[in-house]
Write a protein that binds this ligand. Structure first.
Ligand SMILES: *[C@@H]1O[C@H](CO)[C@@H](O)[C@H](O)[C@H]1NC(C)=O
Ligand SMILES: [Cu+2]
Length: 210
């Protein structure tokens, strides 16, 4: 068999190996704290972002606001000297603000979370979003998750604030989104699993025999 044919077989097998390399799902976490100097409520929570085949699953519990809906967004910068330091909504496409299931929205727009209970109400969060991600252009790792004092009007308020912030008011809790798991593949340019070694071995075998 000529060299060209051998090389094309090798490349085909290596491409298949690459497509089959399995990286464990990425997971990120944000611990929310009240970083608003004008609001002394004790608001705490932990929110986890997990890659799934359906999108990014967002789960967690936040405690400390009375029953109601409150704006919930990923803001641009990972700094929480105060929650205001995190800047505006994460909006890499420069679009208008919207709701999580709207065609037009910021990548960071997660709509509202709902609290139940009295003064120290609880919000149990379980959202799947197909826009924000833990890799690539819409990667939210290193940015800030923000909980607001008021309901997000989802861009439907009919004024300028609605199209930028959703008029969700002050920021009552926030946390930087950081790496939770797995600890290793986030840093490697190429990801591989033991199965890739099997493919490489079989590629060499085919090459030698051809
Ligand atoms: C994806 O969504 C389907 C349909 O809602 C659901 O049955 C399935 O469990 C979800 N998969 C994951 C990994 O969450
Ligand atoms: Cu916000």
């Amino acid at each position: 068999m000529d060299l060209l044919k051998r090389c094309s077989i090798l490349l085909t097998i290596l491409a298949a190996a690459n497509a089959n390399a399995v990286e464990p799902p990425r997971q990120a976490v944000a611990t929310l704290l009240n970083r608003n100097p004008l609001d002394n409520r004790d608001i705490t929570g932990t929110v986890v972002f997990t890659e799934t085949s359906n999108g990014t699953q967002i789960t967690g519990t936040i405690v400390g606001l009375p029953a109601g809906k409150y704006g919930f967004h990923v803001h641009e910068m990972g700094t929480i000297v105060t929650c205001d330091a995190a800047g505006g909504h994460f909006n890499p496409d420069g679009t208008n603000h919207g709701g999580i299931d709207h065609e037009v929205r910021h990548v960071g727009d997660l709509g509202n979370v709902e609290f139940e209970g009295a003064i120290l109400g609880v919000s149990n969060i379980n959202i799947v979003d197909t826009v924000l991600t833990l890799r690539g252009r819409n990667n939210i790792v290193g940015r800030t998750l923000v909980l607001h004092a008021e309901e997000d009007d989802l861009g439907l308020g009919g004024n300028e604030g609605s199209l930028t912030t959703g008029n969700a008011g002050a920021r009552v809790a926030c946390g930087v989104i950081g790496i939770a798991a797995p600890l290793d593949p986030w840093n490697s340019a190429a990801t591989s699993s033991p199965s890739i070694l099997v493919f490489i071995a079989s590629a060499i075998f085919v090459y030698v025999r051809a």
